[in-house]
Design a protein around this ligand. Structure first.
Ligand code: GLC
Length: 540
């Protein structure tokens, strides 16, 4: 299972070797002076992405939307919101990206629509409307009204009463995001058509939003109380999400989505957003790999930054993968605190080296490659509905969504207007232009590692073998045929010795500390604080 993902008879699909870069389009590049990024902006920045060397961009939603959850409330699955441009802009983006050798992955949001979607307007218009059953409607319970105890992921009850028709509708997120009823075959058919709309326009795959939520318990039983809940945490954590998501029938639904993609040529990829413990997560590959190609692995987003702990979670993940299931790793996204803020600038380099040398498709989040840190967003600047619903718990996602820092100009090269979220204070020093010209920058390291992963099959598709190490050192070997690379990472701020396996000698081909580059190493190596390097040991 450790070598080629797809077996010997067929070359591995592009997404096995590929590197994915997530773009939050509101914050990437504004071209029309409204302070919000747009599709034309992504086209403008393709040369940068090509220079960086990534293989695919996943673009967060740009569909028509009232923006209650910044595009994750879709009012039309088959168009572009005017704030981002037009379908013609989208077609231009696909053509230009493909010309540049970059694939396009869309964000598909099937669990819920906007409450302004024509389907929901119809559904709520009367109890006997043909689309009534496209959403989840329930009668009030005699005692307290709400149909059960389920909580919205953004706080409060997950049920909203509709006075006109006397029933409640379910929303796992905002009340402006009613959940679709995926047990209804007409809903499935309509959503499959939406996928085909984009597949026909040439997209290379989808990242499917909250895919584990699509099917809910048939009896809508109450979720059990979470005995480990602590005050100060998000309200959703009060309950264990036993009945509201991750139901057995979900796997059939995903297999059907996958079949829609498989009817097209070109290895269109299906990625699933799934926050579940490992043993539940890997079920999303499907029993016979007919599920998601890449159920997102978010382990690194939440892991304590500790060598032993991370070594163990890599081992657990590798062991849990089904035969032929291809791994993947994610370091950041638009919902989680930025990695450079969590770890600091020195360890952000170690994290980059880890992400780009592990076995599995890496996904990186825009701005993490220049070490963007969480930007404090307060008072009237707050935009995230979660922060507005559950203030001051540190749940807000605005700090991870601020404008990309391109250069020193006012607006950081992102916009000539007032940006929709504030710029980081350090944008004049921390930006793409400055980092590109600094060989020791995080960005230069990212670019080097991306190039290396492309050159070295051992890094992209080679086997993973952990090496014994002590203290803060995390070390492993990646092997493909007679090519052997060794990765040594110091996750701490103190110098640490590391013993290369006996008889093994090699040359440093990528390093966080420039002075180490090109060094020939053997035996015991003194690893500097916050240092990481990749060593090539096999004949070349
Ligand atoms: C996913 C998205 C998040 C959104 C939520 C509801 O978790 O990543 O941004 O708010 O789904 O669609």
């Amino acid at each position: 299972m450790n070598d080629e993902a797809a077996g010997a008879d067929r070359p591995a699909p592009w997404w096995v070797r590929g590197i994915v870069y997530q773009i939050y389009p509101r914050s990437f590049q504004d071209t029309n002076g409204d302070g919000v990024g747009d599709l034309a902006g992504i086209i403008r920045r393709l040369p940068y992405l090509q220079w960086l060397g990534i293989d695919a961009i996943w673009i967060s939603p740009f569909y028509p939307s009232p923006m209650a959850d910044f595009g994750y409330d879709v009012a039309d699955y088959c168009d572009v919101d005017p704030i981002f441009g037009t379908l013609a802009d989208f077609d231009r983006l696909v053509a230009a990206a493909h010309e540049a050798g970059i694939r396009i992955i869309l964000d598909f949001v099937p669990n819920h629509t906007s409450n302004q979607h024509p389907w929901f307007l119809e559904s709520r218009s009367s109890r006997d409307n043909p689309k009534r059953d496209w959403y989840v409607w329930k009668d009030p319970r005699p005692d307290d009204g709400v149909p059960n105890n389920w909580i919205s992921n953004f706080g409060g009850s997950a049920w909203t009463f509709d006075a006109a028709t006397g029933q409640y509708y379910y929303h796992a997120f905002l009340k402006e995001q009613p959940d679709l009823n995926w047990r209804n075959p007409a809903v499935r058919a309509a959503m499959h058509d939406a996928l085909r709309f984009w597949l026909d326009r040439g997209v290379d795959g989808f990242r499917v939003d909250v895919i584990w939520h699509l099917i809910k318990d048939g009896e809508f039983r109450d979720n059990p109380v979470n005995p480990g809940y602590e005050m100060g945490r998000a309200e959703i954590e009060r309950l264990l999400q036993v009945y509201s998501c991750d139901q057995p029938e979900i796997h059939q639904v995903i297999a059907e989505l996958r079949a829609v993609l498989d009817a097209y040529d070109g290895d269109r990829v299906l990625i699933g957003e799934i926050y579940l413990p490992l043993e539940r997560l890997v079920a999303y590959y499907g029993e016979n790999l007919e599920g998601a190609h890449l159920p997102f692995n978010f382990q690194l987003l939440q892991a304590a930054w500790d060598a032993r702990h991370i070594r163990a979670l890599i081992a657990e993940y590798e062991a849990a993968l089904p035969d032929g299931g291809w791994p993947n790793w994610v370091l950041g996204n638009h919902d989680r605190p930025r990695i450079a803020g969590r770890l600091g600038p020195a360890q952000a380099k170690i994290a980059a080296m880890l992400l780009l040398t592990l076995r599995g498709t890496p996904t990186l989040y825009y701005g993490d490659e220049i070490g963007m840190e969480p930007v404090p967003v307060t008072g009237a600047d707050i935009r995230d509905p979660w922060e507005l619903n559950e203030p001051d718990l540190g749940l807000g996602r605005d700090p991870s969504r601020t404008p990309m820092q391109w250069d020193r100009s006012p607006g950081a090269g992102f916009t000539e207007a007032k940006p929709w979220l504030p710029l980081a204070r350090d944008w004049q020093d921390r930006n793409v232009e400055v980092a590109m010209n600094d060989p020791d920058s995080l960005l230069s390291l990212y670019r080097r590692l991306i190039a290396l992963r492309r050159e070295e099959e051992a890094l992209s598709v080679g086997a993973y073998l952990e090496l014994a190490a002590e203290g803060d050192i995390l070390a492993y070997q990646r092997t493909y045929g007679d090519h052997v690379l060794v990765v040594v990472l110091n996750l701490g701020h103190h110098a640490m010795p590391f013993d290369l396996p006996p008889g093994l000698a090699g040359e440093v081909i990528a390093a966080t500390h420039g002075a180490r580059d090109g060094a020939r190493l053997t035996g015991r190596v003194e690893v500097a604080p916050d240092e990481g390097f990749v060593l090539r040991t096999a004949p070349h």
